[in-house]
Design a protein around this ligand. Structure first.
Ligand SMILES: [Zn+2]
Length: 345
């Protein structure tokens, strides 16, 4: 009996050992597979994160590229505008030349007429009269931005001497605002430029622009009683600086001010007095002669800011130049057909 039990016991033990052996073999295999899997998983995770990094890098790179292209585009646009302006200038130069040629041939032919037609007392002497003395319908609008300042009385004095009227697009000149009343009393037009003239502030949003406009409008109204309806955008309507602060701000502001009954004015003849302080007066006169588009409506850009003291020095010659070209001097109102630049933002 004992031996039967012993035999069974041995067999059971043997079977048990075999089972234990098999189980541990399976266990080891499972463990190995698992560790292999987690290794693979780690590798996959690594490559995923690498891909993500690459993708985001690529995105940033292409964003940079887009920005670069955009700024290049805006540069090209402004270059294009400059070219157009040049072409316009050349065209008007050409027109002037043609007119001169015509006048010359007219006066020559009328000379011939009077020479041949001796007996005719009916010869019209008109063609020999120089045209520049006629009222040819040519008007120049002298405009002064960024005042009032300590220079405003000098500018007013020259204008008074020549009996010429001009337009002042004013800012908040603080202690000099009292000159606004003189501007109006002497028959000049007063327009709205900006309260602060701080591009970063006024061009940050449509609301910011309109608030600034409302404030300078109130100052002008309080100082002079005039409810001015004429505007000049700081930097002109073609400025691209504003793009830095708010995309499309000039386009929306221009529409808005038109809807509010304002008219805005740019210029087509730049004196260049904004190029620096104390640009020699002779240089300013030369700039104006060079930049005069020769059209029937010339709007001259000048500044009566405190640091532009050569502008009033150049003013007598500037006035004399336009007089010699047969221009009369006008003041801007919201009814005057405006000179507009091409809006670039
Ligand atoms: Zn200005």
């Amino acid at each position: 009996m004992k031996s039967i039990y012993a035999k069974k016991l041995r067999r059971i033990t043997a079977v048990g050992l075999v089972i234990i052996f098999i189980l541990s073999a399976v266990g080891i295999k499972f463990y190995i597979d698992k560790s292999k899997l987690s290794e693979e998983l780690a590798e996959i995770n690594k490559s995923v994160s690498e891909l993500a990094e690459k993708a985001s890098g690529g995105k940033a790179k292409s964003k940079n590229k887009i920005e670069e292209l955009e700024s290049r585009l805006s540069e090209l646009e402004s270059e294009n505008d400059e070219d157009k302006q040049k072409i316009k200038e050349l065209e008007s130069e050409n027109d002037k030349l043609k007119e001169m040629k015509k006048e010359k041939s007219e006066s020559e032919s009328s000379k011939k007429d009077s020479e041949t037609d001796v007996k005719g007392p009916t010869v019209n002497p008109q063609p020999n009269t120089p045209r520049s003395d006629d009222s040819s319908g040519k008007t120049v609008y002298l405009t002064f931005d960024d005042g009032p300042s300590k220079n405003t009385p000098k500018v007013l004095e020259v204008l008074r001497e020549y009996g010429v009227k001009a337009t002042f697009f004013v800012i908040d000149g603080k202690g000099y605002n009292k000159y606004m009343k003189d501007i109006v009393n002497e028959g000049h037009a007063i327009g709205l430029h900006s309260e602060t003239h701080d591009y970063k502030k006024i061009y940050s949003s449509e609301r910011a622009y309109l608030n600034d406009l409302a404030r300078i409008s109130k100052i002008v109204k309080d100082e002079t009683g005039v409810d001015s309806k004429i505007i000049r955008f700081p930097g002109g309507s073609s400025n691209t600086v504003s793009r830095k602060y708010c995309r499309g701000i000039i386009s929306t502001a221009a529409k808005k001010v038109h809807n509010m009954g304002y008219e805005y004015f740019d210029w087509n003849c730049d004196s260049g007095d904004a190029a620096g302080n104390n640009v020699p007066a002779s240089r300013l006169v030369e700039n104006i002669k060079m930049n005069n588009p020769g059209t029937n409506r010339v709007v001259v850009l000048m500044h009566d800011a405190g640091n532009k003291s050569t502008t009033p020095q150049a003013l007598p010659q500037i006035i004399e130049y336009f007089k010699s070209k047969g221009y009369s001097f006008g003041v801007l109102t919201e009814k005057v057909s405006p000179v507009h630049h091409k809006i670039a933002n």
